[in-house]
Write a protein that binds this ligand. Structure first.
Ligand code: MSP
Length: 503
């Protein structure tokens, strides 16, 4: 059977900003699902990258004093890439919209939509916010400012090319109704349905005054509107226009992970663009919530943006990954605070997973009767089976926080099992029973480590190291890990604590 493919994307990030933990959240979640799908034995393609053709890029370059705009952009893009590298993000490709392969794809796409008759010339009179890189309506302004940025939008009157977005109103609504998984969570689906039905207008897809961007193939005096250009990265990143085989395999995407701020672009404009170009639609757009910092909106202008790399250096990558995935239910808004991070570190990681691992490894590395046959206690078998069922269900339904809480239920089970069985007493009174209890505990820990892997890959590896689990067993699929019999316990070694107490 050919290997099943799975394609997941993040938004491509604006390079005029520095990565903060909000961006890291999106990328880490996409990485967690990529690792999960790879664990299922699928060929998972994870696309991320940078959005470089915006007015904001140009403004930032000029502000920095750099005269070579592309050089400034290259350095900024490299910063994003190295951030994901240092956070252990296993992206398959990193697309940049100033790359030739992207530019060619955008031109091809534009011409396909133009040929369809969906592009016309008109005059745009209205407001434009450079922060959002979007046209805004007078009625949306708050005290004359853009609702998302503390500055007034610019007034623009330009000859522009427009995309006939409204021609797709009925087809979009039909598609959304026929595919309940297309927009998630449900609250976002309702919001988008309402927008498409009542507010959606044709959209200007070119800028006459912009000095940076991809020229329109039929009129080089204008550049393509940055969102029209950026959305196409999801195609050019998987081969559109440069590798048909790759494209055939990885388009349509299974999942676009986006923040709730950009759903109109992803759930209305993007599918309409694809319909116009005669291409299949992505299977799912998942809009996660936004989180605040100690209750305040996060951002450069607020001066409270947290650098994810510095945070990971202080607490560890896996701690950051765990905290973000566990604390904020995927799809809802949340809050980030150092006090919550420390609480979870101590309760869930140091006293939870760390302590359980250390107890099991300590006991198992001591003397035991390795000749005994492995027979798991049935209550442990049931707890492990139940955890796998619930964990898998949560992962398939895109509830990473729930998947983690199932694993933590199994850790609690393991802790209680130790208290009930009292292995320290059995080691003197009943060696055979002692071995069975230890083997059961090692099995519980092994299953926990596999289910923890997509969230905390380094921690899982440290547990495998202690359990003497070799390369071959590390690359088993979920199904294989779930069903194989126990690991040989002769190799167990106790290492230093996974999560030492915080200073
Ligand atoms: N360049 C566009 C996306 C184009 S995709 C074709 C863009 N870029 S962005 O740099 O502004 O990144 C936006 C994404 O960062 C959001 O959609 C969201 O995924 C993430 N986040 C930014 N701030 C965030 C929070 N405070 N909380 C959670 N996620 C946040 O928009």
């Amino acid at each position: 059977m050919p290997q099943k493919s799975y394609t997941i994307t993040t938004p491509i990030y604006y390079i005029n900003d520095k990565p903060h933990i909000g961006h890291a959240y999106t990328t880490i979640i996409a990485d967690i699902f990529t690792r999960y799908h790879r664990m299922k034995g699928e060929d998972a393609f994870f696309l991320t990258g940078t959005d470089e053709n915006s007015q904001g890029s140009l403004d930032a370059a000029l502000k920095s004093g750099e005269t070579d705009i592309q050089r400034f952009i290259d350095a900024q893009s490299a910063l994003w890439r190295s951030t994901w590298d240092s956070l252990d993000i296993l992206y398959t490709d990193f697309i940049r919209t100033t790359e030739e392969r992207h530019k060619q794809g955008v031109k091809k796409f534009f011409l396909a939509v133009h040929e369809k008759g969906d592009i016309y010339k008109g005059t745009y009179t209205g407001l434009y916010c450079t922060g959002c890189e979007a046209f805004v309506r007078e009625s949306d302004l708050v005290n004359g400012n853009c609702p998302n940025h503390p500055c007034p939008p610019q007034e623009i009157k330009e000859e522009n090319y427009f995309f006939k977005l409204t021609s797709y109103r009925d087809r979009l609504l039909e598609h959304i109704d026929a595919h309940p998984d297309f927009i998630q969570p449900v609250s976002r689906r309702n919001e988008i349905r309402n927008y498409i039905e009542h507010h959606m207008e044709d959209i200007s897809i070119s800028r006459q005054s912009a000095k940076w961007g991809i020229p329109i193939p039929i009129d080089e005096s204008q550049v393509i509107y940055v969102w029209f250009d950026a959305l196409i990265n999801y195609l050019t990143g998987v081969g559109y226009g440069w590798n048909d085989e790759l494209f055939g395999k990885h388009w349509p995407a299974d999942m676009h992970v986006v923040g709730k701020d950009i759903i109109k672009f992803h759930c209305a404009l993007w599918p309409a663009m694809l319909m116009a170009a005669g291409l299949p639609l992505p299977k799912r757009v998942f809009a996660h919530g936004f989180f605040t910092i100690d209750g305040h909106k996060m951002g450069k202008s607020m001066g409270n943006a947290i650098d994810p790399v510095a945070l990971a250096q202080s607490y560890g990558n896996d701690v950051l990954r765990y905290f973000l995935a566990r604390e904020i239910p995927f799809g809802s808004d949340g809050d980030f605070s150092f006090s919550r991070l420390k609480e979870r570190y101590t309760a869930d990681l140091a006293k939870g997973l760390g302590n359980f691992t250390s107890r099991v490894a300590t006991m198992a590395s001591r003397e035991y009767n390795s000749a005994s046959p492995v027979s798991l206690d049935s209550e442990a078998k049931d707890a492990i089976g139940e955890c796998w069922n619930e964990w898998t269900h949560a992962m398939e339904e895109y509830h990473p926080d729930e998947a983690l809480s199932e694993v933590w239920n199994l850790i609690s089970f393991g802790d209680k099992y130790i208290e009930q069985q009292k292995p320290w007493a059995l080691s003197k009174s009943d060696k055979a029973r002692y071995t069975a209890v230890i083997q059961t505990l090692v099995e519980v820990l092994r299953h926990i480590s596999v289910m923890v892997y997509p969230f905390m890959p380094k921690t899982a590896e440290k547990i495998w190291e202690q359990l003497g689990i070799g390369e071959q067993q590390r690359s088993l699929t979920c199904e294989q890990s779930r069903t194989i019999s126990s690991v040989p316990i002769e190799h167990i070694t106790k290492s230093e604590s996974l999560f030492p107490p915080l200073p």
